[in-house]
Design a protein around this ligand. Structure first.
Ligand code: NAD
Ligand code: TDX
Length: 333
């Protein structure tokens, strides 16, 4: 049976990927609620059928906007957030407003209307691991966030847990590792380096570049979220990851090689204050309980396809590039 989904943040990188995924793999209809901040891009929803996907421009922290949209939905999938660590170090305020107060506003609406709710979160809520630590994050790892961004995401997860326990909200939570793929904002690591190279600028590695991220293609994140929405157990948290650990230095060297440059042709710039060293996800629960598995197994092939996408879609990212680089220049990055 087809459902009507309210997808918050559906004009952003991962939310729009999910909307495309839902249109392709289900009969569901979707209302996207998005504030269209600097990170929202209507072009990310281009080509989707108008009779199945509708965009409402509005703020998740505005109860008068949220309440009727939640009332009309069979389920809410909550992606909207201020999502960039570096921005949260410059000005934490919108992170508190959107990630905490916005989530609270949605929770009050789903509580009132008894609506199924899936909460999108990040592995960064668990803090970081040492490079030589064999451990990976599991659903039982204690929360220990490092940045204003990750602390507001951790706080929003805890709100969901409390609303599920105290008010019986029908919620699931997923915490995913670093995503890559088409339509990611040029402020983020991989698109920044690709678009720098297109512009004849060297990639910029924070500090020594030994930090490790656990990369997953955004398509695999979307298939995991749909699996949890369809068959996840209410009240449960699922970690999403694809065994993709890579150091930043290795990623930059691979991008350089794939784009026809010398692998050593990058600059070291100022490190990020409080920079998490390593993230790593153990997604056994999701795989064994719900039978999910990622379809992108070859990171280099996924990266090559992502590079092609940025080469072919300059009109999508060009309007953001100069302002993004001007912000980085101010802090020597
Ligand atoms: P993004 O910055 O690309 O997109 C965020 C979207 O939310 C934008 O379209 C923006 O306009 C919208 N938005 C922001 N504030 C809003 C508000 N107050 N009301 C309505 N809409 C608002 O972010 P992303 O990388 O696509 O991340 C989406 C979600 O996934 C976030 O919750 C993030 O924490 C989570 N996540 C991201 C990653 C990653 O690697 N990018 C990994 C794990 C989890
Ligand atoms: O120019 C750069 N050079 C660089 O070395 C940039 C922009 C980043 N980096 C480093 C910092 C990180 O170690 O690359 C790594 C990845 O950086 P980001 O793309 O900013 O991602 P990260 O901070 O790891 O957070 C991402 O994954 C988890 C998303 O932005 C979050 O929304 C998600 O929760």
């Amino acid at each position: 049976m087809s459902r009507h989904l309210l997808v918050t943040g559906g004009a952003g990188f991962i939310g729009s990927n999910f909307v495309h995924h839902v249109v392709e793999h289900t009969d569901d209809t979707v209302t996207v609620l998005d504030k269209m901040t600097y990170a929202g891009n209507e072009a990310s929803l281009a080509g989707l059928p108008e009779d199945r996907v509708k965009l409402v421009v509005g703020d998740i922290a505005d109860a008068a906007t949220v309440d009727p949209l939640v009332e009309q939905a069979d389920a809410v999938v909550h992606y909207a957030a201020e999502s960039h660590n570096d921005n949260s170090l410059e000005d934490p305020s919108p992170f508190l407003q959107t990630n905490l107060f916005g989530t609270f506003t949605l929770l009050e609406a789903v509580r009132k209307h008894g609506t199924r709710y899936h909460h999108i979160s990040t592995d960064e809520v668990y803090g970081d691991l040492e490079l030589d630590d064999p451990a990976r994050f599991t659903e039982h790892t204690p929360y220990n966030p490092s940045s204003p961004y990750s602390s507001t995401k951790a706080g929003s997860d805890l709100l969901v847990r409390a609303w599920a326990r105290s008010f019986g909200v029908q919620a699931t939570i997923s915490n995913c590792s670093n995503n890559y793929g088409p339509r990611q904002h040029v402020e983020k690591f991989i698109p920044r380096q690709i678009t720098n190279l297109i512009d004849g600028v060297k990639p910029r590695l924070y500090g020594a570049g030994l930090n490790v991220r656990d990369w997953i293609h955004a398509d695999d994140h979307s298939s995991a979220v749909l699996t949890i929405l369809d068959s996840g157990r209410i009240g449960e948290t699922y970690l999403i990851g694809a065994d993709g650990e890579e150091s930043n230095k290795d990623v930059v060297e691979t991008i350089l090689r794939l784009m026809g440059h010398d692998a050593g042709d990058y600059d070291h710039v100022n490190d990020r204050p409080g920079h998490d060293m390593r993230y790593a996800i153990d997604s056994t629960k999701l795989r064994e309980e719900l039978g999910w598995k990622p379809s992108f197994q070859d990171f280099e092939a996924g990266l090559a396809a992502t590079i092609d996408w940025y080469r072919e879609n300059e009109a999508w990212w060009r309007p953001q590039k100069a302002a993004t680089e001007a912000k980085y220049a101010k802090v020597g990055q």
